[in-house]
Ligand binder design. Structure first.
Ligand code: FES
Ligand SMILES: [Fe+2]
Length: 381
């Protein structure tokens, strides 16, 4: 079982190994932690893969210090188990899918979707199968992604946030992956702070944002900005504005950004939606999927055409904004990794902040990180 090993190691609080306490939540312990060393609330759905990434072979993923293996059974349903063979602790993701079961690469033991050992090929007639169980995880395939619930599956599970635009024929999808050597709080703060458009120049869809209102609850921060958008999507060639900055014209649009713990969503006017689906790996590593949707709502004549044709338009333009997303991600990751490095060097140094959205985001992260989900022995409430 994992013991929380808080990083960065240089921090006097973060570096200490906390005592095992048989699973009791100790808010006072985590309350002492700096924000950048806080855990996540495991009682939410996290995104661990794209649907297209899970085919017939098992795939190993990481989610908050857990190694998890994903595979599809014979019905195509995605299954998730701890990625650890109970025999010699090797990764089951190095093995094979056999029917509805996973077969370990080393000695060929097999495990079903509930994590029970079903077969040991060399078991002697008088021997019984050992009672070993690998932890299964609730997993759902929805809107193009694999959503996994790492928390307490015996309690009430809220539904995954979902991304309805993913399959909707009126939206053109683009997606890219963020891999960042930084605490997830840096990513969320980056996403909620629209004033960092200064960094992005031609990649940015908007300019001159002004924060007009902010709502904060224990699991949601919603910030309304008024901004100027560069894009107008009302002609079929409008999509070329993604590649040719000279075609862009500034005009006012509302810009709404929401931290819907643990994910993020934004809308720029009626034409653009962006999502960031999080898969935090540990205190210094964050993975996420960044999704961009361009709406085709402004083309009423297109809506009269057969669905198969509209879907082929959607597929034709799939990932047309990927280059733009990749450009944004490279610039953002550079800044976030510098923030992480600065924190590790000087964990007690606090930045000066004037965007009130950041204070709200930090309160939410602290509340969720301390509230529930993580036990000091690595198990969940
Ligand atoms: S290590 Fe998995 S079967 Fe031996
Ligand atoms: Fe950015």
């Amino acid at each position: 079982m994992d013991t929380l090993n808080f990083s960065p190691p240089s921090h006097p609080v973060a570096s200490q190994r906390l005592p095992r306490n048989h699973g009791e939540v100790v808010p006072s312990q985590s309350a002492k932690l700096p924000l950048r060393a806080l855990g996540v609330n495991l009682n939410h759905w996290y995104v661990v893969a794209r649907s297209s990434e899970i085919r017939t072979a098992p795939v190993g993923v990481r989610l908050w210090k857990r190694s998890i293996v994903l595979y599809r059974d014979t019905t195509g349903q995605v299954r998730a188990l701890d990625d650890r063979c109970p025999h010699r602790q090797v990764k089951l993701s190095s093995g094979l899918v056999k029917g509805d079961e996973l077969e370990c690469a080393y000695h060929g033991w097999r495990f079903n979707a509930e994590g029970h050992c079903t077969t040991i090929p060399y078991l002697e007639p008088q021997q019984k199968l050992p009672t070993c169980t690998i932890r299964p995880y609730p997993v759902r395939e929805q809107d193009g992604f694999i959503w996994l619930f790492p928390g307490d599956a015996t309690g009430e599970m809220p539904p995954p946030m979902g991304v309805p635009e993913w399959d909707h024929v009126n939206y053109i999808n683009s997606v890219t992956t963020i891999e960042c050597d930084a605490h997830y709080s840096f990513l969320i703060e980056n996403l909620m702070d629209m004033y960092h458009g200064h960094l992005h120049d031609n990649y940015q869809a908007w300019a001159d944002p002004r924060l007009e209102s902010l709502e904060e609850t224990p699991d949601r921060v919603h910030v309304h900005y008024q901004a100027q958008s560069y894009y107008t999507i009302n002609k079929i060639w409008s999509v070329s504005q993604l590649f040719i900055p000279a075609l862009r014209r500034l005009h006012p649009e509302p810009l709404d950004v929401s931290y819907l713990y643990p994910h993020w969503r934004a809308a720029l006017g009626k034409d653009f939606r962006i999502y960031c689906l999080l898969c935090p790996i540990d205190e210094t590593k964050t993975r996420a999927y960044l999704l961009h949707f361009t709406s085709l709502e402004g083309f009423p004549r297109l809506h009269k055409l057969p669905t198969w044709f509209r879907r082929s338009v959607k597929n034709l333009f799939f990932n047309s904004a990927q280059k733009l997303l990749d450009g944004l991600v490279v610039q953002d990751v550079l800044m976030m990794e510098q923030e992480q490095a600065a924190f590790e060097q000087h964990p007690d140094r606090r930045g000066i902040e004037v965007n009130r959205a950041i204070a709200s985001v930090q309160r939410l992260i602290r509340g969720q990180g301390e509230r529930q989900g993580e036990r000091l022995d690595g198990e969940v409430v």
